[in-house]
Design a protein around this ligand. Structure first.
Ligand code: 5AD
Ligand code: SF4
Length: 451
C-alpha cells in the first residue's frame, strides 16, 4: 500500500452548485492532508462520487456511472471507491448492498471527516457507512483549493440545510436543518479569495434569503440578515461581482429588494424559483406564497432596476396538476419573461409528502408539459437575445470558448454568455465592454469596444 501522500484522489460531482462547492471543499481538505487530487479517473487510487438525490434521474445517473467501475476495480483491485453527498445521506447502507464494489458511503453531515475516514478505512478495507447528519463543520465549508485556473470566480456556502419542507423536496431530509455561518467568517473567506485574485463571488444556500434566520419565519419587510450580509460583501475592495442562489420568494422582502437593487456589485440577474404559477398547486407544494406575491416581488425588482432579468425553477406534473394549473404556470412564465428556466418533471422522492399524494400524473403528461415550456423559453430567449444586438454589455472575461479556443467566452452582469475575439490585454476576470453583433437563443457574439 502506498503512503497517503502518494494516493491520488479523483472526485466527480453530480447535481447542483452546492455539490460543486462541497466537492471543492473535500478536495481542499484532502490536499491539505497530503493526498493529491487528480482529474484522471484511470490514475486514481481513491474515487469519490459526490451525488445528488433531488430527482430520480440524478440518482440513476450516479449509480450507472459507479456501476461501470466494476471493470476498473477488477483490473486495479487496490482502488477505493466511495459515495458522498445527498444520495449517500439518503440511502446509506443500502448502496453498499446495491453496488458490491463500493467501499464507503459518507453523508452530507460528515464531509469534514473525509481525510480521517479515508485514512483509517482504506487500510482496514472495511465497507463502511458514515451517515450521521451532524451539525456542519464551518471550517470545512470554508476550505478552498489554493489555485485553480478559474480563480477569478469562486463560490461560498453561506449556510447549509433547509427548514422549508416543500412537499416534493428531499433536501431537508438529506442536508438537515438550516445553519447559517457567522457573517464575519463569510467576509473573511471572501476577503481571502479576493486577495488571491477572485473578482466574482457566487453565494450559495438552499434557502439563501433566509440566511441568519435559521428556521424563523419569513421576516417583516424592514429586516433581512441576508441583505446585511450583501451590504458587507459589497464593501470589499477588489470584488466586482456578487451573485447568489437560491432565494425563496416568501423571504424576498422589501429590505432585500432594496439591497439587491441599490448595491452596485450585485449582478442584474436574479434566480427566483417559482415552482408553479397555480396558487392551488403552490399550496399543495407547501410553498407559502401566491402567484400574485411572486409577481409583486418581480415587479418591485424590475421597477427599481429595469435591466434586471430573471431565471427560475419550475416543476411540471406535480400530483394533481390540471391543464388549468399548468397554463397558470405557463402564463406567469411569459409574464415575467424569464430569460432562463430549469424545468423539471416531477419526480417522486422518498419520505416526502407529495410522494404519497393521489393523482400522480403519467410520465407522458409531464413530458408534454416540459416540452411546451422549453419551447416557450427558447422562443423568448431567442427574441430577447436578438434585441441585444447593437448594444454594449459589460462582460467579465472567463477564458477560451469550449467550442472554438481561438475565441473567448465571458458573462454579462445579466448572466448572458458572450463570445468575443480576445485581445492581449484581456485575461480571466477582466471587465470589458463588448458590442453585440449577432445572437442565438443560447449565446451572444460581439467585439471588444476600446473606450
Ligand atoms: N421533482 C422534480 N423537481 C424537483 N426539484 C426539487 N425536488 C424535485 C422533485 N421531487 C427541483 C425544484 C428545485 C430544484 C433544485 O429542483 O424546482 O428548485
Ligand atoms: Fe427544497 Fe423547498 Fe428547501 Fe428549496 S426551499 S431546498 S425546494 S425544501
Amino acid at each position: 500500500m502506498k503512503a497517503d501522500r502518494d494516493l491520488k484522489v479523483y472526485i466527480k460531482t453530480f447535481g447542483c452548485q452546492m455539490n460543486e462547492r462541497d466537492s471543492e471543499s473535500a478536495a481542499a481538505l484532502l490536499s491539505a492532508d497530503a493526498f493529491s487530487i487528480t482529474d484522471s479517473e484511470k490514475d486514481a487510487d481513491i474515487l469519490i462520487f459526490n451525488t445528488c438525490s433531488v430527482r430520480d434521474q440524478a440518482e440513476r445517473k450516479a449509480i450507472g456511472k459507479i456501476g461501470i467501475l466494476k471493470r476498473l476495480k477488477r483490473s486495479r483491485p487496490h482502488i477505493f471507491i466511495g459515495i458522498m453527498g445527498c444520495m449517500a445521506q439518503s440511502r446509506g447502507a443500502e448502496l453498499l448492498k446495491e453496488i458490491p464494489h463500493l467501499d464507503f458511503v459518507i453523508g452530507t453531515g460528515q464531509l469534514h471527516r473525509l481525510p480521517e475516514i479515508i485514512k483509517s478505512e482504506i487500510r482496514k478495507r472495511h465497507k463502511t457507512v458514515f451517515d450521521e447528519l451532524a451539525r456542519p463543520d464551518f471550517n470545512a465549508l470554508a476550505a478552498h483549493l489554493a489555485d485553480t485556473e478559474n480563480n477569478f470566480s469562486a463560490s461560498i456556502a453561506v449556510m447549509t440545510g433547509c427548514n422549508r419542507f416543500c412537499s416534493y423536496c428531499i433536501v431537508p431530509y438529506v442536508r438537515g436543518r438550516e445553519h447559517s455561518r457567522p457573517p464575519d467568517e463569510i467576509i473573511e473567506e471572501a476577503e481571502k479569495l479576493v486577495a488571491s485574485g477572485v473578482r466574482e463571488i457566487l453565494l450559495l444556500g438552499q434557502n439563501i434569503a433566509a440566511y441568519g434566520l435559521d428556521g424563523k419565519s419569513p421576516p417583516k419587510d424592514a429586516f433581512s440578515p441576508f441583505a446585511e450580509l450583501l451590504e458587507k460583501l459589497n464593501n470589499i475592495d477588489g470584488l466586482y461581482r456578487i451573485r447568489f442562489t437560491s432565494p425563496h420568494p416568501a423571504y424576498f422582502n422589501d429590505r432585500l429588494i432594496d439591497a439587491v437593487t441599490s448595491l452596485p456589485k450585485i449582478c442584474e440577474s436574479i434566480h427566483l424559483p417559482l415552482q408553479s404559477g397555480s396558487d392551488r398547486i403552490l399550496k399543495l407544494m407547501n410553498r407559502p406564497y401566491t402567484s400574485a406575491h411572486y409577481m409583486s416581488v418581480v415587479n418591485k425588482l424590475k421597477s427599481k432596476s429595469p435591466r434586471m432579468i430573471f431565471s427560475t425553477d419550475v416543476i411540471v406534473g406535480f400530483p394533481g396538476e390540471t391543464e388549468d394549473d399548468f397554463n397558470a404556470t405557463r402564463g406567469i412564465m411569459n409574464e415575467v419573461a424569464f430569460d432562463n428556466a430549469f424545468i423539471f418533471k416531477y419526480s417522486k422522492r422518498r419520505d416526502t409528502l407529495a410522494a404519497e399524494m393521489p393523482e400522480q400524473l403519467e410520465q407522458k403528461i409531464k413530458e408534454e408539459r416540459n416540452k411546451i415550456l422549453l419551447e416557450d423559453l427558447a422562443e423568448r430567449t431567442g427574441r430577447y437575445n436578438a434585441s441585444l444586438v447593437g448594444k454594449i454589455l459589460e462582460v467579465m472575461a472567463e477564458g477560451p470558448s469550449k467550442r472554438n479556443s481561438s475565441r473567448w467566452a465571458g458573462r454579462s452582469s445579466s448572466n448572458k454568455i458572450v463570445i468575443f475575439e480576445p485581445e492581449s490585454s484581456v485575461s480571466s476576470g477582466s471587465l470589458i465592454n463588448v458590442k453585440i453583433e449577432r445572437s442565438t437563443p443560447m449565446t451572444l457574439f460581439g467585439k471588444i469596444q476600446v473606450s
